[in-house]
Design a protein around this ligand. Structure first.
Ligand code: AMP
Length: 473
């Protein structure tokens, strides 16, 4: 037996379905925002992260999986994906013609040597977006609104968006000076990490989680008092636009983020599950005004982005029962009554699968009772039974496992029969069942009506009958 490496976890079976569901939902939503997929290598040269994430960040100082390869090159397993995406955009000269912006999305594993705890792994998965070539504060709003509405789409209702501005270079230079002055008289009493942060990048001290240090940090100067007019104006435009879009936020002037490349707007999405558990930030991001130039791209080209931790999304969604719409069942389970009918079963199985029915077969020589038990376990819609009579008549017994009705169907009619059964079932599920009903509590009575006062919903079934998001059983 081999144990998992500390801080890693297997994502298997139903759990993997949940990951796929979350990732697919985010990918589809990113496509609506016109982001394009980028797949970059998991290994990159170490100096890419030293330059981008920054030598003073905890990630570069303590958390990177770095090794020398057989050619003596220093290689790092990516601790985050933004740096690789920007490197790829630059290497592929996607910004060279000034055709801004380049909009990328990505999903994949990241590696950080952190202390494993709830919502914190050493290998974890991130989904993220980057907008390279930002020329307006409303691109930052686009990134934030993507994150906000994507999380809503996944079912997160009581989201808390925390936002701050780190200002431009000048704002941060002035702020750093003020912080240096303030912490000078306290740094000797602070933790070893803070002593080092004081030397490397005093801003990092604001991230310290140690209680005694937080007491000191509480009274430190605030970035908002050091923003240049330009940065203030930029931040205000972003906030006004969020107001317009109905995106609620909370300004948190202690929010600095753990990666050195951020400037101006930074933000995090927080959520507390119905069990009262908080897993840290579900997603976070911000604006970067120097990163693209530092990686070799056009000097004044700015960008912004956001990354979400899939592990955290899945954990909170599990806690809050937000996966109820995943259908992990199958359509058909084929049950040959004797081993000699297995070749026939296999032909039918192939016919079904090629016609889009998710199907499985019993080839283990089980009793009829055991096969029914397995069909239930697989959450099958239909049990298809093949016995001697069925072989002779080129037919099959179809048992609908939701209403227990069964019929003998000719193989040549099987696909049509199953289609009509499944359609009928879905029709039943799609009957209108709104929150609001009219006085007789019978007929559909939606909020929206058309000009003539008739029902007029967004979604309609094929017969154009009312069919809202909320469906009846
Ligand atoms: P960052 O790249 O640090 O800005 O993090 C972006 C998001 O990735 C966070 O909000 C988390 O959801 C997720 N994340 C970061 N580190 C970890 C980790 N060690 N384990 C799980 N998720 C993480």
């Amino acid at each position: 037996m081999f144990n998992l490496v500390k801080g890693t976890h297997d994502i298997i079976l139903n759990e993997a379905d949940k990951y796929t569901y979350v990732e697919q939902t985010l990918i589809q939503f990113a496509e609506f925002y016109n982001f394009k997929e980028f797949r970059t290598p998991i290994i990159e040269s170490s100096d890419l992260f030293q330059r981008s994430v920054g030598d003073s960040s905890d990630i570069v100082r303590k958390e990177m999986y770095t090794f020398l390869d057989k050619g003596d090159r220093s290689i790092t397993l990516r601790p985050e994906i933004t740096a690789g995406i920007i490197r790829s955009i630059v290497n592929n000269k996607l910004l060279a013609l000034g055709d801004y912006p380049v909009k990328a999305y990505y999903v994949g594993p990241c590696f950080r040597y952190e202390r494993p705890q709830q919502g914190r792994y050493r290998q974890f998965n991130q989904f993220g977006i980057e907008i390279a070539g930002v020329t307006s504060p409303y691109r930052d709003v686009e990134a934030i609104s993507f994150g906000y509405f994507a999380l809503k789409l996944l079912g997160f209702e009581n989201l808390k968006l925390k936002i701050n501005s780190l200002g431009d270079d000048e704002s941060r230079k002035n702020y750093r000076e003020a912080l240096n002055k303030y912490f000078a008289s306290y740094v000797d009493q602070m933790c070893d990490d803070c002593k080092e942060r004081y030397k490397l990048n005093v801003l990092r001290i604001l991230d310290c989680k140690i209680k005694e240090d937080q007491e000191i940090i509480k009274n430190a100067p605030k970035i908002s008092d050091y923003l240049t007019d330009k940065s203030k104006d930029y931040f205000q435009k972003v906030l006004n636009s969020l107001d317009e879009l109905g995106i609620e936020y909370e300004i948190d002037d202690g929010l600095v983020r753990g990666l050195d490349y951020y400037s101006d707007v930074v933000f995090e999405f927080h959520y507390t599950s119905s069990k009262g558990l908080s897993y840290g930030a579900l997603g976070a991001g911000g604006h970067y005004n120097k990163l693209i130039g530092e990686i070799g791209g056009p000097k004044d080209c700015e960008g912004c982005g956001l990354a979400m931790g899939i592990e955290r999304l899945v954990s909170v969604m599990e806690d809050d029962g937000l996966f109820s719409n995943i259908d992990d069942g199958i359509d058909c389970y084929i049950m040959p009554l004797s081993q000699e009918f297995q070749p026939n079963a296999l032909n039918i199985l192939s016919l079904l699968r090629l016609n889009g029915f998710k199907s499985e077969v019993s080839l283990e020589g089980k009793s009829l009772k055991a096969m029914f038990k397995k069909a239930l376990k697989l959450n099958a819609k239909f049990a298809l039974i093949i016995g001697e009579d069925e072989i002779k008549t080129n037919s099959i017994i179809c048992k609908n496992l939701s209403n227990q009705e069964q019929e003998s169907i000719l193989i040549e009619d099987l696909v049509r029969y199953l289609d009509s059964q499944i359609d009928a079932e879905e029709e039943h599920h799609h009957e209108c069942c709104c929150h609001d009903h009219n006085e007789s509590d019978k007929d559909c009575c939606c909020h929206a009506h058309d000009d003539e006062g008739k029902h007029c919903c967004h979604n309609q079934n094929e017969d154009h009958e009312c069919c809202r998001e909320k469906k009846g059983n």
